[in-house]
Design a protein around this ligand. Sequence first.
Ligand code: BTN
Length: 244
Amino acid sequence: MEAKAAWQITYFDELDSTSTALKRCPDAAHGTVFVARQQTGGRGRLGRQFVSPEGGLYLSVLLRPNIPLDRLLHLTPMVAVAVRRAIHDVCGLWVQIKWINDLLWNEKKLCGILTEAVGEAVIVGIGINCSTEHFPPELQDIATSLKLVLGAAPDKDELLRALLWRLQEMDAALLLKRKDWLREYADACVTLGKTVQFVRGEQREIVFAEGIDENGALRVRDSGGKQLIVNSGEVSVRNVQKKD
Ligand code: BTN
């Protein structure tokens, strides 16, 4: 990956999804960024919708790593660290991380990250709830925004600048400083030290989240005491009794 990305930013008033739109540009250069004021078809992990009204910061960044994508499993956690740093730069707030791609404040989601491989490229999509004050009923208990947390919304242009600077820093650190970044990720990760429900497809299992491995995967222990590495799927702490 290039040491420094020269971002080429295009702004849109409305898109279906900044990530879907970038996918429609297969020849886009490394560092291409799409930013939208709102999305009508925002997408999240596991095929979910990402509700994206005006008031959020929605962007996707196309990266062309010069290493195989199967050696970039740590990318999503490192993006989470970059976003966390950017929010701190602008808002003075150190938010928490829920493995693998959510940023939280008091257990409510502030930001989601969707990393998708497209041929030899990777599209990193980031959605931050900035000034949203009212969420649809199904999200009210699980989502929040920087405005609701801080009492005032941050300047979205400033947040975008900070974010792109931190993503550039991450781009340069991707191969050489992975360990430090994953340590920071683990320190901020509220999933660790908890008994969680692990869901993959139809499979559900209660496990104890012990740590983050060198690829950003979750190290868990099952009820039989066996250690497992979880790369995909979802973990939930809701409705699970905590282990003493
Ligand atoms: C998740 O919460 O599972 C990930 C959400 C990622 C949302 C961002 S918003 C910008 C980009 N465009 C999308 O459609 N999704 C990502």
